[in-house]
Design a binder for this molecule. Structure first.
Ligand SMILES: CC(C)(COP(=O)(O)OP(=O)(O)OC[C@H]1O[C@@H](n2cnc3c(N)ncnc32)[C@H](O)[C@@H]1OP(=O)(O)O)[C@@H](O)C(=O)NCCC(=O)NCCS
Length: 218
């Protein structure tokens, strides 16, 4: 992870940033990456106490707790900071953006096993979103603010809600996932049934309107 390149990319991506210097000196997200670079170094060299000391110091200063064991790609932009938790076995790809109050959290208590999410490249994780467990978030996905993600998300999808469901796929609205998507990518039969019922209601409403219009014509 090259910190200066990361700062430049944050300055480009954040419409509020006036210069790279502002990012380096003032942004808590950048400070957190600075601490992470050193804490992960100590973690890799098995100096676990120093590694945790640095990550906890960072957490106190910025409100961003990145476990030194997490794996983070290039150009991560953590906007605002505060209330962010990135767990020990979490992995984040390149060019991702994370807003405040995001958790990449674990489920399960087994030590030395994968308990946290794997996030692909170019992923946006909206404010307050929680991604829990060893799920896989595909490249180029957007996780809506306030979502709770408990299942894998395919590439190029947008998900929102509790629990999160796909609302856009490859840039197109998904009104009824069961009719437009490969069903193996969605693990929620109840949501699919509800979608089908909604489609039926819409069709019937349209039919009733047409009949009413015909009556008026007669
Ligand atoms: C999820 C998100 C990426 C979708 O953006 P988009 O592709 O432009 O989607 P749209 O705005 O066209 O919304 C599509 C639908 O999803 C709904 N939606 C959008 N974001 C949502 C969210 N976070 N939770 C629930 N529903 C949401 C919209 O209301 C809309 O539904 P409707 O057509 O029934 O009214 C975006 O809304 C979001 O949450 N971004 C995070 C922003 C953030 O955290 N900012 C913090 C800055 S400090």
């Amino acid at each position: 992870m090259k910190l200066i390149e990361c700062a430049r990319s944050i300055a480009k991506r954040d419409p509020a940033a006036r210069s790279t210097a502002e990012v380096v000196l003032l942004y808590p997200g950048f400070k957190a990456l600075f601490y992470y670079k050193y804490s992960s170094f100590f973690y890799r060299h098995k100096h676990f106490f120093i590694a945790r000391y640095l990550s906890q110091k960072c957490s106190r200063k910025t409100g961003i707790e990145i476990h030194p064991g997490a794996k983070i790609g290039d150009n991560l932009f953590i906007d605002h900071g505060q209330g962010i938790v990135i767990g020990e076995t979490a992995e984040i790809g390149n060019n991702c953006t994370i807003y405040h109050q995001v958790t990449l959290g674990g489920t399960g208590r087994q030590r030395h096993s994968k308990r946290h999410p794997t996030v692909g490249d170019n992923v946006l994780i909206g404010a307050g979103a929680k991604i829990l467990g060893p799920v896989i978030i595909g490249n180029n996905t957007m996780i809506g603010a306030g979502s709770i993600v408990l299942d894998d998300v395919p590439e190029n999808a947008t998900v929102t809600g509790i629990k999160a469901r796909i609302i856009k796929y490859e840039g197109k609205r998904v009104d009824c996932p069961s009719m437009t998507l490969d069903q193996t990518k969605l693990g929620d039969p109840l949501a699919q049934e509800l979608c089908q019922i909604r489609m039926m209601i819409q069709k019937n409403e349209q039919r009733i309107k047409e009949l009413e219009n015909n009556d008026e014509d007669i």
